[in-house]
Design a protein around this ligand. Structure first.
Ligand code: GTP
Ligand code: IMP
Ligand code: MG
Length: 343
C-alpha cells in the first residue's frame, strides 16, 4: 500500500473468464476502506456483479457494487458501454440517484445493437455472447457512428466528467476503487480469441476506462475463484464434466443470462500470465468454501482447514504475489483480510 497505510487508487480486475466474485470483493472493500469514489470499468452490461446486502440479492450490470458503502460517489467511466434502460432501473433499485454519475462520453447501447447481437449466428451462436448488444455497440464506436450518453435525455441529470472527478480526488489523496468487470481470459487482446468479449479487460484498460493514467495506480488486486468457471463457448484446458462438478457440489448459473457455467480446476499457467499482464500486486481468492467444506464463513486464517491453507500457500508461491483477501462465503463479511499482515 502507498501513501502511509491508506490505499489510494486500486484497480480490481478478474483473473479468469469473469464471475470470479469481483462484485462481492468490491462491496467488502467499500465497507472496510470507505473510498471517496467507486468507479465502474470494463465492457458494460454484459457483466453481472452479485452482492448480498441487507437480506437482498443484487445482480448489478452497471451501477458499482460498492454502492453498499453510502459515503461513496458512484461513477461509470467513459470507456464503459451504457444501456440507459438498465442504468435507470439499477439506480432506482439501489436508491443511489443523489450520488451517481455517468460520463457523457460513454457509448450508448441501442435496441438495434441488442437485436444484432441476438440475431447473429456468429456472435450468439458460435461465440455464445450474452446478447446484451455490447459487441455491436463497441463496433459502432470504432466506426464512429455510436450515440454518446450526453445525447440521452433520460441520463442528463446524472452526467459527470468522471476523469476530472476521479483525478481531483486522487490529488487530494482520497481513496478510489476501480471496479473492473469480466476477466483476463475474456480480453479481446490477451484472452482465448475469438471466444472473448469485445474489448481488452486487463488492469491497464480498466484504468483507462475511468481516465486514470498508469502512474496514478497504486495497487492491482487480481481476483481468482478457487476453481474456474466459464459461460459461453471456447477452450477450457482444466474443464471437468458436469457430473464431476455436481459431485464437488459446484453448480453455477450466469447472473445476466441464467446459463449454466462450465466448471474446471484452478489453472496455474493461465493464472501466472494473468498476474504478469495485469501487473497484479495482490490476489483475492474467492469461493474457498465451495472447494474446502470446513471453510464456510471463516474470518481467520488459522481457522481454515489445512488443505485450504496448503492450496492458498501454493497459489501465493507459484504466482509470486501475496494472497491478501480470501473469500469464504457469498456474504460481504465472509472474508479473511490479510492486508495488514502482508502489505
Ligand atoms: P463479472 O463482472 O460478471 O465477471 O462478475 P463477478 O466477478 O462480480 O462475479 P459474479 O457475481 O457474477 O459471480 C460470482 C458468484 O459467486 C456470485 O453468485 C457470488 O455471490 C458468489 N460468491 C462470491 N464470492 C463467494 C465465496 O467466497 N463463496 C461463495 N460460496 N460464493 C461466492
Ligand atoms: P459478450 O461480451 O456479450 O460479447 O460475450 C462474449 C463472451 O464473453 C461470452 O463467452 C460471454 O459469456 C463472455 N462474457 C462477457 N461478459 C462476461 C462476464 O461479465 N462474466 C462472464 N462471462 C462474460
Ligand atoms: Mg458475473
Amino acid at each position: 500500500m502507498s501513501k502511509g497505510d491508506v490505499l489510494a487508487c486500486m484497480v480490481i480486475a478478474g483473473g479468469q473468464w469473469g464471475d470470479e466474485g469481483k462484485g462481492k470483493i468490491v462491496a467488502y472493500l467499500a465497507l472496510t476502506d470507505k473510498p471517496r469514489i467507486i468507479a465502474r470499468a470494463g465492457v458494460g452490461p454484459n457483466a453481472g456483479h452479485t452482492v448480498y446486502y441487507r437480506g437482498q440479492k443484487f445482480g448489478l450490470r452497471q451501477v458499482p457494487c460498492g454502492f453498499v458503502y453510502e459515503g461513496a460517489r458512484l461513477l461509470i467511466g467513459p470507456g464503459v458501454l451504457v444501456d440507459p434502460r438498465v442504468v435507470l432501473e439499477e439506480v432506482e433499485i439501489t436508491g443511489v440517484a443523489d450520488r451517481f454519475g455517468v460520463d457523457g462520453r460513454c457509448t450508448v447501447i441501442e435496441p438495434s445493437h441488442i437485436e444484432q447481437d441476438r440475431a447473429s449466428e456468429h456472435l450468439k451462436g458460435k461465440i455464445g455472447t450474452t446478447g446484451t448488444g455490447c459487441g455491436p455497440a463497441n463496433a459502432a464506436r470504432v466506426n464512429r457512428m455510436a450515440k454518446l450518453a450526453a445525447e440521452v435525455a433520460e441520463l442528463k441529470r446524472f452526467l459527470a466528467d468522471v476523469p476530472r472527478e476521479v483525478n481531483n480526488s486522487l490529488r487530494k489523496e482520497e481513496t478510489v476503487l476501480i471496479e473492473g468487470s469480466q476477466g483476463f481470459l475474456l480480453s479481446l487482446i490477451y484472452g482465448t480469441y475469438p471466444y472473448v468479449t469485445s474489448k481488452d479487460t486487463t488492469a491497464s484498460t480498466l484504468a483507462a476506462d475511468i481516465g486514470v493514467g498508469p502512474t496514478k495506480i497504486d495497487d492491482v488486486l487480481l481476483v481468482f475463484k478457487s476453481y474456474v468457471s466459464r459461460v459461453g463457448a471456447g477452450p477450457f484446458p482444466t474443464e471437468i464434466t458436469q457430473e464431476r462438478a455436481e459431485e464437488l457440489d459446484i453448480v453455477e448459473f450466469g447472473t445476466v443470462t441464467g446459463r449454466r457455467r462450465r466448471i474446471g480446476m484452478f489453472d496455474f499457467d493461465f493464472a501466472k500470465r494473468a498476474v504478469m499482464i495485469n501487473g497484479a500486486t495482490q490476489l483475492a481468492i474467492t469461493c474457498v468454501d465451495k472447494l474446502f467444506k470446513g471453510a464456510l464463513g471463516t474470518r481467520r486464517w488459522d481457522k481454515l482447514p489445512d488443505d485450504a491453507q496448503e492450496f492458498l500457500n501454493k497459489i501465493e508461491l507459484e504466482l509470486e504475489t501475496p494472497v491478501t483477501i480470501i473469500s469464504t462465503g457469498p456474504g460481504i463479511d465472509d472474508v479473511i483480510d490479510l492486508r495488514s499482515k502482508k502489505m
